[in-house]
Design a protein around this ligand. Structure first.
Ligand SMILES: Cc1cc2nc3c(=O)[nH]c(=O)nc-3n(C[C@H](O)[C@H](O)[C@H](O)COP(=O)(O)OP(=O)(O)OC[C@H]3O[C@@H](n4cnc5c(N)ncnc54)[C@H](O)[C@@H]3O)c2cc1C
Length: 376
């Protein structure tokens, strides 16, 4: 039987980064994935690093998001050094474009909201916004510059984290999905794979939107997939420096000249079908934001499945089963929240305390988890 200090189910950005941090702390880590690691949401994402809440429900996430943003440069440096690969980190800020006739009022509301949350945001006239980003539409009424935001090439970062984890001694097991947690009474002893058990002092579930399919996990991580369709464009004569947002879509420039446009949010189960309506919405929004993109080449289209939770907040921390930790439900912010998630899980495993409060994200907050309380 395989035996580790920590067994992790799921080799996306979250599971792999946790594995890397724990291996760097001297622990023996086994990382189990049902396929090649790194090919689900962490591959499909856009890589925007923005702690600004997209809705009122996500305001509770801001402190954690800010904590992750603060350690992102250090995380990227560590991963790039350890892997010898670039992560395509672009700390160039983001620019939100406002088109409505009431842009002036909207602008003061947006700025006040950001400042109230301790986030930097600067109002821009349409002229100033276009001076910064000449590719923006002339129909623009105003803009908001968020100078501390950034983006990362999440495909490159994921591969870099996987390589760094390998070099740090993490043992990888591809095509070895977890079928269930191995539970005896109130303790988790590891994972059940097909025809095999893996023993571990700590077990971490980081299988993204698939986490609830692992037997014994659903009460703590009732996640579901939220499909996002994406398009990659290339326009040789058009330069975009920063991430650009409108109410409808975002544009994310990559170091290789591609411009990603996304994304839909759809609850259609575990399927990744690209639809005419989804692509139409993204492309129409992209051309409205930056009309020069009408002549751009479509280089790639894809869809991925975000791990969403009932309250759209991440699910992080210990459960009432000794030795079982959950790290999933990162929904639209998993790439942003990767460094802080890895750090907090490592702190809990090595010191049983965390330096950023994560109680709000406890896997015990769901009614089903309380109903499954382990016998004393
Ligand atoms: C279109 C789109 C755009 C996005 N844009 C952004 C963005 O701009 N910024 C941002 O911060 N976030 C963004 N996200 C969200 C982000 O990508 C996710 O929150 C994050 O990648 C989740 O990482 P993960 O490791 O938890 O999951 P995943 O990357 O999905 O990895 C889960 C892993 O678990 C494995 N697995 C599944 N079942 C099992 C099993 N039974 N046993 C073992 N392994 C298993 C899978 O094979 C996979 O490798 C976006 C997502 C999408 C889809």
């Amino acid at each position: 039987m395989k035996k580790f200090d920590v067994a992790i189910a799921g080799g996306g950005l979250i599971g792999a980064s946790i594995a890397l941090d724990l291996a760097n702390a001297g622990l023996g880590v086994g990382l189990f994935d049902r396929q090649e690691p790194g090919l689900e949401a962490s591959w499909a994402g856009a890589g925007i690093l923005s702690p600004a809440p997209e809705s009122a429900a996500l305001i509770a996430l801001v402190p954690l998001a800010k904590a992750s943003m603060a350690i992102y440069p250090e995380f990227v440096r560590m991963v790039e050094e350890a892997s010898g690969r670039s992560a395509g980190y672009r700390p160039k800020g983001t620019l939100q474009a406002l088109f409505s006739r009431h842009a002036r009022e909207e602008l003061s509301t947006v700025i006040a909201l950001h400042h109230g949350l301790g986030l930097r945001a600067e109002p821009l006239s349409a002229r100033d916004a276009r001076a910064l980003e000449p590719a923006l539409s002339e129909d623009l009424e105003a803009g908001v510059l968020r100078p501390e935001e950034a983006s990362v090439d999440n495909r490159a970062l994921t591969q870099a984290v996987l390589e760094a984890a390998r070099r740090s001694g993490v043992q990888f097991f591809s095509a070895r999905g977890a079928e269930a947690i191995w539970r005896e009474g109130g303790r988790c002893l590891g994972l059940h794979l097909k025809n095999e058990k893996v023993e571990a002092q700590w077990t971490v579930i980081a299988a993204g939107c698939f986490s609830a399919n692992i037997q014994g996990v659903a009460p703590y991580a009732p996640v579901r997939p939220a499909k996002g369709q994406m398009v990659a464009l290339r326009a040789d004569d058009l330069k975009i420096e920063r991430v650009l947002w409108s109410e409808k879509i975002y544009l994310v420039p990559r170091n290789d000249g591609r411009i990603l446009a996304g994304a839909t949010v759809e609850y259609t189960g575990f399927e990744k079908v690209l639809t005419a309506g989804g692509l139409e919405k993204i492309l129409a929004g992209a051309i409205e934001l930056s009309p020069g993109l009408a002549g751009s080449r479509v280089e790639e289209t894809w869809a991925g499945l975000r791990p969403d939770s009932p309250d759209h907040l991440p699910i992080l921390g210990p459960t009432d089963i000794d030795g079982l930790l959950i790290a999933t439900g990162h929904f639209r912010s998993g790439i942003l929240l990767t460094p802080i998630t890895a750090r907090l899980v490592r702190e809990w495993v090595t010191e049983q305390r965390v330096t950023v409060d994560w109680d709000r994200f406890s896997p015990m907050r769901f009614e089903s988890a309380s109903a499954h309380r382990a016998p004393a």
